[in-house]
Design a protein around this ligand. Structure first.
Ligand SMILES: C[S@@+](CC[C@H](N)C(=O)[O-])C[C@H]1O[C@@H](n2cnc3c(N)ncnc32)[C@H](O)[C@@H]1O
Length: 249
């Protein structure tokens, strides 16, 4: 159910747009992209927990100018992933689907000087937006952007002998390939490494996927597969659009 209960008519319109688009659908799911959130609980979370690096703030604001900015990872979710990276002392990460680089930058900033993020992205426009911000934050040497389909990069990393060496993988590209990305990620991460999977709730549509909705069906099937997967420890969080945390056993 939508959590909006505003009286002011202009706010009702904004609220309708957010609810219709699924953003802020309940108090416990929805993306924090900054001060524009209308859900009061999400706003409270943003006001009282976000600690965004100044260059991340600039990149987020630049990304919000893009017509596809809803693809950007939520700020609170990015902060959670940065803290997981710190918790496991990660120095090698992969981002499958970089977009304008908000989370690639976020992960690089959370790592020591020796850290490395392999960032997979097919669209050059997005890479061109991201790179100046990586430079401005002083972490351009930590982010290895691979401009090609993600699967090719994952296969190349395996062929280069890097299986079992990564600490953290974030899966956030085309949903059609999520299961394949998951299997490749399991091969690439070490024991105790983390695979984070975005959009696992898909705006709530995984609950009862329509017969014609292949994306929701695919995500639902992956969620159910992970539930039984004995190769991992598992948590499914309602942060952002749903975030699964899988820890390799
Ligand atoms: C949801 S966005 C990623 C958001 C990003 N993780 C962030 O921090 O804001 C998904 C991105 O994956 C890219 N993408 C889609 N299919 C891809 C593929 N097969 N290989 C590489 N990138 C892909 C898209 O161009 C898009 O930029």
């Amino acid at each position: 159910m939508c959590g909006c209960s505003f009286l002011d008519i202009s706010v009702i319109s904004i609220c309708f747009i957010f609810c219709w688009s699924g953003v802020g659908k309940s108090a416990f799911t929805g993306k924090i992209h900054g001060i524009e959130n209308v859900d009061p609980v999400l706003q409270y979370v943003a006001n009282n927990s976000l600690r965004e690096h100044p260059v991340l703030t600039k990149l987020r604001l630049r990304t919000l100018e893009d017509q596809w900015s809803t693809m950007m990872v939520a700020s609170d979710q990015a902060q959670l992933m940065a803290n997981l990276i710190r918790l496991i002392n990660a120095t090698k990460a992969i981002e499958i689907g970089m977009y304008t680089g908000y989370n690639a930058l976020n992960m690089a900033l959370a790592m020591p000087e020796s850290g490395r993020v392999v960032a997979c992205e097919i669209e050059s426009t997005y890479i061109d937006i991201a790179k100046p911000f990586f430079k401005e934050a002083g972490v351009e040497n930590k982010i290895d952007v691979r401009h090609q389909i993600a699967m090719k990069t994952l296969d190349e990393l395996i062929a280069a002998g890097e299986a079992g060496t990564f600490d953290f993988v974030f899966i956030d590209a085309d949903k059609f390939n999520y299961d394949r990305y998951y299997e490749k990620s399991l091969e690439l991460i070490r024991k105790g490494g983390i695979i984070a999977i975005d959009n696992v709730l898909w705006n709530g549509k995984v609950v009862n996927p329509a017969p014609s909705d292949l994306t929701s069906q695919g995500l639902d099937a992956l969620n159910k597969k992970l539930h039984k997967d004995q190769r991992i420890e598992l948590s499914m969080l309602t942060v952002g659009d749903g975030l699964t945390i899988a820890i390799k056993r």
